[in-house]
Design a binder for this molecule. Structure first.
Ligand SMILES: *Cc1c(COP(=O)(O)O)cnc(C)c1O
Length: 336
């Protein structure tokens, strides 16, 4: 695996820290919980999409593009990081925002990530749930590619094989850090949505011959569907990297027990997990992804899924900007 063969533009602060969560480990009574701070990638409040965008934006530049087009849910962290990346390299950004969550009250379509999209100068339009958003995005990119302009379409979540290279690279960064710390990682766990993060990690670990289990906590799809999506993309990513050895479907682990009633819909376990991390570790998770990912870790610990002396790495994929669109869940004053 030699990722310098691929185009990449620097957008984030790397390596992100790998640290032990001493207070949380104590509060839960083991296993040893570590955190990989991919919320600290630095780009416009950070998050996991920054790693993918380093490869995607480089590909856009190589193709002579001057506009980025992408799509996501209203409170998309991916859209916010994509418009930030566009700004850094002097491109325009157009985004399609899908109204996947419609019951969060006033401010949901203005606050949090949407506010940051406004500040970054994103051109966006809202879509009601229904159409194939990637198809709509491609159509928009075609419409914008006129008068000497060229638009480059990035799929939802930046999840194609080029974007997933960012997480193959993260796998390498993480293993190198762990080796330097003398830390033997037993398991990695994180929230999984458009599948690029888990697929890239699996491809990267496979390429490094570092067989560490990666557990995905689904935020939307059923377990079977998520495993299939992750596997398909992991295989394509491994192929792009040039890994010969087969990446088997049995290597993909995902759970759908923490989605609740749907994407972006709060669960009690998510609220508890976010509150616990804030109070024990002064770390802010997010209500759509990392909060449910942490609820998954806590749930699996309670079910006895891990040995007490195992070392588990939680990847904090970012997203805390969305907290400000869900403040009713956490505000003492609003609860009173
Ligand atoms: C996009 C996102 C994820 C999910 O990553 P995928 O690569 O889409 O599976 C997790 N956490 C946060 C905060 C995200 O924005």
């Amino acid at each position: 695996m030699h990722l310098a063969r691929f185009n990449r533009v620097p957008l984030g602060h790397f390596p992100t820290p790998l640290e032990k969560l001493e207070n949380l480990t104590k509060a839960l009574g083991g296993p040893n919980i570590y955190i990989k701070r991919d919320d600290c990638t630095g780009l416009a409040t950070g998050g996991n999409k920054t790693r993918k965008l380093e490869f995607l934006v480089a590909d856009a530049i190589a193709q002579g593009a001057d506009i980025l087009v992408t799509q996501g849910a209203t409170q998309s962290n991916h859209v916010r990081q994509t418009v930030a990346a566009a700004r850094k390299v002097g491109m325009e950004c157009h985004a399609l925002l899908e109204r996947r969550v419609t019951n969060m009250g006033d401010g949901y379509e203005q606050a949090g990530n949407v506010l940051l999209d406004d500040m970054l100068g994103c051109e966006y339009s809202f879509f009601d749930e229904g159409p194939d958003m990637n198809e709509e995005g491609k159509k928009l990119a075609d419409r914008l590619s006129v008068n000497g302009k060229k638009a480059y379409f990035i799929p939802g979540g930046g999840s194609n094989s080029i974007g997933a290279l960012g997480y193959a690279n993260a796998a390498q960064e993480l293993v190198y850090q762990a080796d330097n710390q003398g830390l033997k990682i037993n398991k990695i766990i994180h929230a999984t949505g458009s599948a690029g993060t888990q697929a890239g990690l699996l491809a990267g670990l496979h390429g490094l011959n570092a067989p560490i289990d990666v557990i995905g906590i689904s935020v939307r799809a059923t377990k079977d569907k998520q495993i299939t999506n992750v596997h398909n993309l992991a295989v394509k990513t491994a192929e792009l990297i040039g890994i010969k050895e087969e990446l088997k479907k049995e290597m993909v682990v995902a759970y759908d027990d923490y989605v609740g009633s749907g994407y972006g819909q709060p669960t009690d376990e998510m609220v508890d997990a976010i509150s616990l991390l804030a109070k024990e570790e002064a770390i802010f998770l997010d209500p759509v992804y990392s909060g449910k990912g942490m609820a998954g870790l806590i749930g699996l610990i309670k079910q006895g899924h891990f040995d007490k002396d195992e070392n588990v790495v939680f990847i904090h994929t970012g997203g805390s900007a969305a907290l400000f669109a869900y403040s009713h869940l956490f505000s003492k004053q609003m609860a009173a």
